[in-house]
Write a new protein. Structure first.
Length: 281
């Protein structure tokens, strides 16, 4: 199979957490420490020589989170493929999620791209350029089993939690609800666990991972799966056509050669072969 930047042979190693602003670097035997040319394979210009710098927001399992001292996940693995095609290693910078809407860290030259389980919206397209969709998402309504809530309709008048600046929060507000905002997906789920809220609306894959823990599965349950038509995309600075093409090519190749399916099943769950794109449910 041909690609823009050569045939892929394997998924690069997971990235490792380092000090500073939660800067995470891909494992590598050598690098130039930021010196040398910032032009990667295919003529793509990078903010740092030898590195593809990714902005994300941690934690957001199964897309990106720290596991055994390393930042890993579905998004991380897919961007590792882009980095490999470019002949570089991936670095990850943990940043506030609100910056993804504005493209602030892309525009300031701190990151080459952003990967944070981010839904493609027309409003966000005004500030950043999105890749082709790489994931179809749904929103789940997760509740404490003792709450008496049996559907999304039952949430009215109860305390509902959502992650700030997300489409889940936006959806709740459009339904006339006033959700309690949390900074991260972990904080949302912790809010449910500690009784700060009685229900949460959050991306279904996040819930899937959380409920793998038996204690969580015994105490909490999904009472609604909202088909909102959302799709995730990676983002680059507006006008960065070279890097955008590299990202899209990596997604396309991964789906064609079976790598996408393997990563999907590793991080998320069963892959629907009959669908045009993977199902999040």
């Amino acid at each position: 199979m041909n690609t823009l930047f050569g045939r892929r042979t394997q998924v690069p190693a997971a990235v490792t957490l380092t000090a500073g602003l939660a800067l995470v670097a891909g494992c590598t035997s050598s690098d130039d420490g930021g010196s040398g040319s910032r032009t990667a394979a295919g003529g793509v210009e990078l903010v740092k020589a030898g590195r593809l710098t990714t902005c994300t927001h941690l934690p957001y399992p199964p897309f990106q989170s720290e596991i055994d001292g390393k930042v890993q996940g579905f998004d991380v693995s897919l961007i590792d493929l882009v980095a490999k095609d470019l002949g570089v290693k991936q670095d990850i910078l943990d940043t506030p999620f609100e910056n993804f809407k504005t493209g602030a860290f892309l525009n300031s030259g701190e990151c080459d791209l952003a990967a944070a389980g981010m839904t493609i919206t027309e409003e966000r397209k005004k500030n950043v350029d999105f890749s082709d969709p790489y994931f179809d998402a749904t929103q789940a309504v997760l509740v404490d089993k003792k709450s008496g809530i049996r559907s999304f309709a039952d949430v009215k008048g109860r305390k509902l939690g959502a992650q700030a600046q997300t489409t889940g929060e936006d959806y709740a507000k459009k339904q006339g609800l006033d959700p309690v905002s949390f900074d991260s997906s972990d904080a949302v789920l912790n809010g449910l666990r500690t009784g700060q809220v009685q229900a949460v609306i959050i991306d279904y894959p996040v819930v899937q991972g959380w409920l793998k823990d038996k204690a969580n599965a015994d105490a909490f349950e999904v009472v609604g799966n909202l088909e909102t038509g959302e799709q995730y995309g990676f983002t680059v600075k507006k006008g960065n056509t070279g890097l955008l093409a590299a990202v899209n090519e990596a997604i396309k190749d991964a789906k064609a050669d079976g790598t996408y399916k393997k990563l999907y099943e590793k991080w998320i769950g069963p892959y629907d072969e009959s669908a045009a794109s993977p199902s999040a449910s």
